[in-house]
Design a binder for this molecule. Sequence first.
Ligand SMILES: *Cc1c(COP(=O)(O)O)cnc(C)c1O
Length: 371
Amino acid sequence: MPRPQSLIRPLVRALHPYTPGEQPRVRDLIKLNTNENPYPPSPKVLDAVRAAVDGRLRLYPDPSADRLREGLARLHGCETRQIIVGNGSDELLALAVRSFVEPAGGGGSMDSKATVQFFSPSYSLYPVLAANHGASVRPVPLGEEFSLPSVGTLRKSGLFDFRAALTFVTTPNAPSGAGYTREALRKLVQATKGVVVLDEAYVDFAEEDALQLALDHPHVLVSRTFSKAYSLCFQRVGYFIGHPDLIAALHAMRDSYNVNGLGQIAAEATLRDLPYYRRGFSRIKRTREHLRTELAAMGWKVMPSQTNFLMCQPAGASAREWLEWLRERKILVRWFSAPELSKWLRITVGSEAEAEALLRVVRTVRKTIAS
Ligand SMILES: *Cc1c(COP(=O)(O)O)cnc(C)c1O
């Protein structure tokens, strides 16, 4: 009998999978750890999903999500063939690695064709996707206060590979929350030779977007998702916009039925009720600024945010201790053990009531520490 471990590729045996934020089984926690939207999907979306739940569940869904892609093309002023929909944008990020990056040839050489590059800190899934594929990773440190380094700085430092097969840029960034301007990104992509994916998971909470860069440049893809801003994490729907040739390559690599039918229906209905969501974005941005002011007034260092979360350095004790104290009081936030992040907490901006509950708990704990 073979040993099961011996049947697994050495690369796979050595993998460290991505650690998602906790999805607790108990219900009475305030969940500020995974950047979900505190408000439910539009009632019209819920109706559309309910109306689709019948005997038709036995049928396969549309394999290329054509109606949804047509709706997205109308929304963004591009062609349907410039869009691919995925099982969450995470699936498309993985497909980008598999479509544009060679697995490293061994010997650990920094071959640009086998390199997945990203700024650090940013979305911690990128190195995992690179490792799954056997590609090399090239994390490039962000500047002071998590700023995007200029092309000149990147050239001087030699840390950025302008020929890397694939560069991921989270914009606005996570977990820092920092927004990058379209013009700064334009300079970066114009200096870069490989594929650049601009991951705009949080763009609806930002001051500007960089969609135009994907329409203007054949090597730029913009990634969007219905998860965070459109309250559909559960349904898993994301999409890329870009040059038809790159999009066709991703289509060739995906599973035939990669987007489930109820997800397609929910996303299509979302596009028919965008004003509902825009009202939610305004509320979240208002709550974000309120939370930021109040936490800063208690001595916390809170980074400016163009997302639906706040990156904070708590006062009076370590981030790790605050994580535990908040959890004991039924508030979940996110802490990352990576050395460059371990002093910080990432706190999702919840509803007004959740933000008040968080502030109440912080005030109480603060008194306990002081006494
Ligand atoms: C949440 C998130 C995603 C993944 O979104 P899904 O569409 O739910 O897979 C991608 N990128 C970043 C930066 C995110 O925070």
